[in-house]
Design a protein around this ligand. Structure first.
Ligand code: ADP
Ligand code: MG
Length: 484
């Protein structure tokens, strides 16, 4: 019998707010442990939560971006449990009235042909709710350490329907979701910094059937490739169990990335175990039409919509659109260059090849961010203009580019300073051509005997003599003229 996997993801994303969810304590990544706390975060007696409006706004924004319904009212609930990651012994979350209902995330299907834009699908979302993050525990040999910096940071949970059918689709979903959220400035979604975390629910069922199988929840999937590998492993484990007539137990399992297997953590807890109840310290959230409209004005174009637009309007090859569009900043950089000179393909090529190569070579941990790049979009447009006007060759442009990157100087200045302008001085060039003809009797002879390709050897010599600065078209014309 063949089995089909069914996967639903629960993705936690930290919002890019200045302060925490229910207090003014600041939150940012990388601070000394336990320096970003206050009495509210630490659950001191007598403290009360005050809602961070900006966090609610960003959640609404995420919802509008992903096509969710935003109910007029949502509310806060306490999720009760005892664990040292949460000093209050409850987490403020949303149980039955989340800020966003439904929604969808467009993904690119596995095996999508690299040339067409059609093979996409929308993955259904269940909901998006807002909650507070919890502290971080580090377990050492004889002790455990706790850092409450993260505790109380605004965290959205994006829950998908069981609507993904392979590890690759889960991978595509996470990538697409991250691109959308980053484009909208909602989160940086850096999994290494814990800004995006994912639990995967996996079940299998006989291929062709529709009922859902028993699901297993996998935790500790800390990287995007971890998500893929953890799911692949879990599908294999469940398939093997089914084939051996062993029951699949509903449980939570932990992914062990180093050794690539999952182990059972606990049998699945149920919602009622948490004794959810409305938080008496917080008022429900009312989202007025006006507020909704205001947030809606700030919704950016979705990455795949942008990709379709670039493909259609700029006539870019699919590969270039798929480099530029997932990164909203890179796409904006490209479009800014176009306002100076409208040669999409050439400009896109310089960005996708030369610029990205320089950025990745210059970065210490990963690529240098585009914000730190000294090359202005206009400089790339100008460089292409110089090529089109015949003032420099493509080859020279490839030399100018690293200089532009290093110095931040406009290409015109670099070309000028280094004397790289292509020679269009016919007199000077003619002298070089005559010299080359005199020194290379063999190809001259061959060309005169009708061997067309022999002229290339002569052209090469002229280019060498002029250190690539001669206009190739002009050289060709001149040589033919002189040899006729
Ligand atoms: P729980 O009650 O365990 O929290 P939910 O119904 O709330 O379960 O679903 C949590 C996540 O698990 C969702 O992302 C959902 O899509 C996914 N899920 C639910 N049932 C299955 C299943 N049978 N197979 C795979 N994923 C599932
Ligand atoms: Mg649930």
């Amino acid at each position: 019998m063949e089995y089909e996997p069914v996967i639903g993801l629960e993705v936690h994303v930290q919002l890019k707010t200045e302060t925490k969810m229910f207090t003014r304590a600041p939150y940012h990544y990388g601070a000394e442990p336990n320096t970003l706390t206050d009495p509210v975060v630490l659950g001191m007696p007598g403290t009360l939560p005050v809602m961070n409006k900006k966090a609610v706004e960003m959640t609404i924004k995420a919802g509008l971006l992903l096509g969710c319904k935003i109910p007029e009212t949502s509310k806060w609930d306490r999720k009760n449990y005892f664990y040292p990651d949460m000093p209050k012994n409850y987490q403020i979350s949303q149980f039955d009235q989340p800020i966003c209902d439904g929604g969808e995330v467009e993904i690119e299907m596995e095996g999508a042909s690299r040339n067409i834009m059609g093979e996409h699908r929308k993955v259904q979302l269940t909901r998006i709710h807002l909650e507070e993050d919890v502290g971080k525990l580090t377990h050492c040999e004889n002790e455990s350490l706790v850092d409450y910096n993260r505790a109380g940071a605004p965290l959205v949970e994006i829950v998908s329907e069981p609507d993904l059918y392979s590890a690759d689709e889960a991978f595509a979903y996470l990538t697409a979701l991250r691109n959308c959220l980053v484009a909208a400035g909602i989160s940086e979604c850096d999994m290494e910094k814990g800004q995006m975390r994912c639990d995967a629910n996996v079940s299998i069922r006989p291929k062709g059937t529709h009922e859902l199988g028993t699901k297993v929840e996998i935790k500790n999937l800390n990287t995007i490739s971890g998500v893929r590998n953890g799911i692949i492993y879990e599908i294999q484990r469940q398939t093997l169990a089914m084939e051996n007539n062993q029951p699949i137990v509903q449980e939570t399992r932990r992914w062990n990335a180093e050794e690539a297997y999952t182990t059972s953590m606990r049998s699945k807890e149920m919602a009622h175990d948490y004794r959810y109840f409305p938080d008496p310290d917080l008022m429900p959230v009312r989202v007025s039409k006006e507020w909704l409209n205001e947030v809606a004005r700030d919704i950016p174009e979705l990455p795949f919509d942008k990709q379709r637009r670039f493909f259609n309007d700029y006539d870019l090859p699919y590969t270039l659109t798929s480099v530029l569009c997932p990164d909203a900043k890179l796409a904006a950089y490209f479009e800014e260059a176009l306002t100076i000179y409208k040669k999409p393909k050439q400009i896109a090529n310089f960005i996708a090849n030369d610029l990205l190569r320089e950025l990745s070579a210059a970065g210490e941990h990963g690529a240098l961010p585009l914000e730190s790049c000294k090359i202005k979009p206009a400089h790339i447009a100008e460089l292409v203009q110089f090529i089109d006007k015949g003032e420099i060759s493509n080859q020279i442009a490839k030399e100018v580019f690293p200089e532009m990157f290093r110095t931040g100087n406009p290409p015109g200045q670099i070309i000028e300073e280094k004397g790289l302008k292509q020679s269009t001085d016919t007199g000077e060039l003619e002298a070089v051509c005559l010299e080359v003809i005199a020194e290379n009797p063999k190809p001259v002879q061959e060309f005169k005997e009708g061997k067309e390709a022999a002229i290339n050897a002569l052209k090469g010599q002229v280019m060498k003599a002029t250190r690539g600065k001669a206009n190739p078209k002009l050289v060709d014309d001149l040589l033919r003229q002189l040899l006729s």
